[in-house]
Design a binder for this molecule. Structure first.
Ligand code: SF4
Length: 509
């Protein structure tokens, strides 16, 4: 087992007033592949007067005892992370609710996309939230922690920072959007990471495509690109330590220097270096022979491409203007360029979806297969979950019954074609929607779900016990006048623009 740090660090407990646990609501392997989490850890670790320790769900003993910890900063990425969170609270004997944690307990905060979009379900659990990009706030909050203040005094000071939400103190919060003045990367390379020994580099943040359902796009507007010079320096730095590199971003290929990045890596490979390069996915309209050539030279055998919806009609409706011709063309370029296969991913249960739209998925798959014999294709689908701060936040989900029927139809038809397909569980996605659109009444519900074991039955029982109207949260389509519990978080372009965009997309149908 090895860990390589890409910065100078003092590997000892410092003489410090501030001790932080950088906590990840998941296992160590995922934490070590989480760019945002590791970067915040690096910021804290580089401070000469702050001690920081990484804590994950599999941490059993700690260097900094909890009695000495001032702050536990949680990275919270998925709606069901609360199950791991409570498990970690139990392990370290931390009461679940902030009101039950007196001055003897550290402050506990959370950041990440889930709580940035809608912190309300968690407002009784955490003392405060980082809303948006956390890099600058991390520095500001440690300065406040150095001042020997009481918890209440600290929270009042934190509430003055842009991008910090302290329940009960401030109720107007603007999401923090950082200018990308430097390239961030995984500062620790480890063979314990899920992406083993891989150096992950952020190429850009956000996506300009603005699909109507996409929180990754709407929470990160405007799209920001890593400065070119810094990006190349960082790539060089990473490749001194490992030969595995992954370029990260929701729309990596949109970086103005994307082709040059690929060419640079290919050149190094052509000069004899063995480099494995990985891209999370490639936009269909960005697939070019030079990019595929760099990928195949870097040992990549397959890639993923998002079609989002099976029919052109629905793709236009969600704002993904990709024609069938473009999809077929991209597959041809990928195949001719030497890739062995592509995994397509998309969504079912999109608002206004008809049986015809579902059938078109199969028609498209048939065409791809017949035009590309011997090429390995597979499909993956999730089901639509309404997400806060998107133009589709008002839409309810398709029913579990209908989604199950669509899933079964697709599985049967894909099996006939001999194409592998995976489809997420409509029942789990239903509860994800409840978590997404829920408010502070969910705290006791979440605790109950956890205590009951966290399986689907636990969600049903807990909802009954606490009178949660799960059907409404998951499946009801709300009028535009609906006041959402997350409306107080200001995220550009804002609610009025989302309504306009919802109407515009509807007019396309
Ligand atoms: S292209 Fe992908 S990342 Fe971009 S907005 Fe659409 S779904 Fe989101």
């Amino acid at each position: 087992m090895s860990e390589t740090y890409l910065y100078d660090r003092i590997d000892a407990i410092k003489d410090s007033k501030v001790n932080v646990w950088a906590a990840f609501a998941g296992c160590e392997a995922f934490a070590l592949s989480s760019l945002g989490y590791l970067w915040i850890y690096k910021i804290l670790d580089e401070m000469p007067d702050v001690n920081v320790e990484r804590i994950t769900s599999d941490t059993n003993s700690t260097q900094i005892p909890i009695e000495c910890v001032n702050l536990i900063a949680f990275s919270f990425s998925f709606d069901f992370d609360f199950l791991t969170l409570f498990k970690m609270f139990d392990k370290f004997k931390i009461p679940y609710k902030s009101k039950d944690r007196n001055e003897d307990y550290p402050l506990i905060c959370a950041g990440g996309p889930v709580v940035t979009a809608n912190p309300e379900p968690y407002k009784e659990i955490f003392d405060y939230f980082v809303i948006g990009d956390g890099e600058d706030i991390t520095v500001q909050m440690t300065e406040i922690l150095k001042n020997n203040l009481t918890k209440s005094e600290i929270l009042h000071e934190l509430a003055n920072l842009e991008g910090v939400y302290v329940p009960g103190i401030n109720k107007n919060v603007t999401k923090k959007t950082k200018k990308l003045s430097e390239c961030i990367y995984t500062p620790v390379i480890s063979d314990k990471a899920f992406f083993q020994d891989t150096f992950i580099v952020e190429v850009e943040r956000g996506c300009s495509n603005c699909c109507g359902f996409c929180m990754a796009s709407y929470l990160n507007l405007p799209i920001r690109y890593t400065p070119d010079n810094n990006l190349f320096d960082v790539i060089k730095l990473g490749l001194e330590k490992t030969n595995k590199i992954a370029l990260l971003g929701a729309q990596v290929s949109a970086h103005p220097k994307f082709s040059e990045i690929c060419s640079y890596i290919k050149l190094r490979i052509d000069c004899g270096e063995k480099i494995d390069m990985n891209l999370s996915s490639i936009r269909i309209d960005a697939v070019k022979p030079d990019i595929i050539s760099a990928l195949t030279a870097a040992g990549q055998k397959t890639t993923t491409m998002a079609i989002e919806a099976g029919s052109e009609r629905l793709r236009k409706f969600i704002n993904k203007h990709i024609s069938e011709t473009q999809i077929l063309n991209a597959v041809k370029i990928a195949k001719d360029g030497g890739l062995k296969g592509i995994k397509f991913y998309g969504m079912i249960g999109i608002p206004h979806e008809t049986d015809e739209d579902i059938k078109e998925i199969i028609t498209l798959a048939k065409k791809i297969k017949s035009e590309n014999k011997g090429f390995n294709i597979s499909f993956g689908f999730s089901t639509f979950v309404p997400k806060p701060h998107t133009p589709f936040q008002w839409y309810g989900r398709d029913s579990i019954k209908s989604l199950t029927k669509k899933s079964e139809y697709l599985k049967k038809e894909f099996a006939k074609l001999g194409i592998k397909v995976t489809i997420s569980s409509p029942k789990w996605d239903y509860w994800q929607a409840v978590m997404s659109r829920g408010d502070d009444s969910l705290s006791d519900f979440m605790i109950e779900v956890y205590k009951l074991g966290g399986k689907l039955g636990a969600f049903n029982k807990a909802a009954l016990k606490f009178g949660i109207d799960a059907d409404s949260l998951a499946e009801e389509t709300y009028p535009f006048e609906k006041e959402f519990c997350w409306d107080f978080i200001e995220i550009k372009p804002g609610k009025l623009s989302l309504i306009e965009e919802n109407k515009r997309l509807n007019s396309i149908l």
